[in-house]
Design a protein around this ligand. Structure first.
Ligand SMILES: Nc1ncnc2c1ncn2[C@@H]1O[C@H](COP(=O)(O)OP(=O)(O)OP(=O)(O)O)[C@@H](O)[C@H]1O
Ligand SMILES: [Mg+2]
Length: 229
């Protein structure tokens, strides 16, 4: 049973320190944040302030030095590596500034990949991938490889791939940093639409104050902590 008043994410005292050549870099210094299901949040902050580090840690791609992330009340970093990988694949979609699509594979195959990795059979995986590509407006480009798509189209494929397993949480790190304004707006419209349709929770890192302002809740990474804008 899940309690509707329980935050999707409860982040407490999250700290991340890197050591490089015996020098300590305190990137996150105790981040506290509650994220309710269906929220859309933007995070801005100067280069090097720790925004990507924060997304990596809450996305469980990296471990914190201190602190905990609770997902619907469950402490995620107490899971075993295998449980954590399964949790991540099921629950979280990632979109990065560079799309990281596999160049040798078609759009359809790229989007189907997370489902194939989950051992969903090929027919069902490709059916789902096709639906996602239709949804992002690329139903007519499914056979194209990444090199045969425009930058905006590649990024839409990356979003389709991030969402193909129906995650509840989308973590997007400057997903439109390389795109012109119109293509960027199209991607952000798409993210908003997924939020409306499925209640997808969105945390977006951006250098664009304009894109940040599209989000109902706006935060800034400042001295290793998140503060409201
Ligand atoms: N693996 C690592 N080892 C050591 N230091 C690191 C490592 N990863 C990141 N850092 C340092 O941590 C700080 C925060 O990096 P991060 O990538 O989170 O910044 P950011 O806010 O995403 O910046 P940008 O806006 O430029 O993407 C930087 O000073 C960076 O040099
Ligand atoms: Mg970054």
């Amino acid at each position: 049973m899940t309690d509707a008043s329980l935050p999707l994410l409860r982040i407490r005292g999250l700290a991340k320190t890197y050591w490089l050549e015996q020098k300590q870099i305190e990137v996150l210094r105790g981040v506290d944040l509650d994220v309710m299901a269906g929220e859309r949040i933007s995070i801005i902050g100067r280069s090097g302030s720790g925004k990507s580090t924060f997304l990596h840690v809450i996305g469980t791609l990296d471990v914190p030095t201190q602190g905990e992330v609770h997902y619907l009340g469950e402490p995620v970093f107490q899971k075993s590596p295998a449980e954590l990988a399964a949790f991540r694949n099921r629950t979280i979609g990632f979109v990065f500034q560079f799309h990281h699509l596999l160049p040798e594979f078609s759009a359809l195959e790229n989007v189907a990949m997370p489902a194939l990795i989950q051992r969903i059979d090929r027919g069902a995986a490709e059916g789902r991938a096709k639906e996602m590509l239709d949804l992002v407006g690329l139903g007519h480009r499914i056979g194209h490889r990444p090199g045969e798509l425009s930058g905006g189209e590649q990024q839409r494929v990356a979003i389709a791939r991030a969402l193909v397993l129906g995650p509840r949480l989308l973590l997007a790190d400057e997903p439109t940093g390389n795109l012109d304004e119109a293509s960027a707006a199209g991607i952000h419209d798409l993210i908003d639409e997924m939020n409306r349709r499925t209640g997808l929770t969105v945390i977006l890192v951006t250098h664009s104050s304009h894109l940040a302002e599209r989000m109902p809740r706006r935060l800034r990474m400042d001295e290793g902590r998140l503060v409201p804008v």
